[in-house]
Design a protein. Structure first.
Length: 216
């Protein structure tokens, strides 16, 4: 397993590169590859492992009783997924699927709770990092709830773009979604979203080309 690519992952912040092989062994970690559109985790599953995306793209989808899927989040390399459900010992309420050919590192959460007999020094740092990640994820979900609570689709778009401007530190931002992904994230119809974006550009509120947006 190539460990150098894992160093930017926030879970391993403060941990030396030479410690990673022993750490992954201690956490019973293993890599697995998935094909595009392959399902990694099904809603209703009770998992004991969470994933770190090594390469590719993974999407978190929420389906209603009619089978309509809403994009909850898009996972990029170095990011975790399913950790909140695993830590809370709760069945998944979402489905995790590969949006592209992807490789995932799976870690056993039980090893976080029960450190190995060697009492590895990195366990305390790992636990602190995981708590910070969970807090950040909670803030992300709170932000999305704020977008969806807006009255109109135009206001949802503005709320989302304003958040991205704050995160990226620039009035010109690169969005992590394609147009369908953006529509799913905002719980909107793609055609309706395209129409709103077109009107906003004509009104001088925004400029955009594909996934690059400028908030004016």
């Amino acid at each position: 397993m190539e460990t150098a690519s894992l160093l930017p992952c926030p879970l391993f912040r403060g941990i030396a590169a030479e410690e990673l092989p022993a750490l992954l062994k201690c956490l019973n970690g293993y890599e697995k590859s998935y094909q595009r559109q392959e399902i990694l985790l099904h809603a209703g599953e009770l998992c004991e492992r969470f994933g770190i995306l090594v390469s590719g793209t993974v999407q978190i989808l929420k389906e209603d009783h009619h089978g309509n899927a809403t994009l909850v989040a898009q996972v990029l390399p170095g990011e975790l997924f399913a950790e909140a459900f695993v830590c809370g010992a709760m069945p998944l309420s979402v489905t995790v699927t590969a949006a592209a050919n992807s490789t995932v590192l799976w870690l056993d959460y039980r090893r976080f709770l029960s450190p190995c007999e060697k009492a590895c020094v990195f366990h305390r740092q790992l636990t602190a990092n995981l708590l910070k990640i969970l807090a950040t994820r909670n803030r992300f979900l709170t932000g999305r709830l704020e977008h969806l609570s807006q009255r109109s689709l135009r206001e949802k778009v503005l709320s989302f773009l304003e958040e991205q401007v704050q995160i990226q530190g620039s009035s010109s931002v690169q969005l992590p979604f394609d147009r369908q992904g953006m529509a799913d994230y905002l719980a909107a119809d793609r055609s309706a979203l395209s129409a709103v974006l077109s009107r906003m550009q004509k009104d001088g509120a925004i400029q955009y080309h594909k996934n690059h947006f400028t908030l004016l």
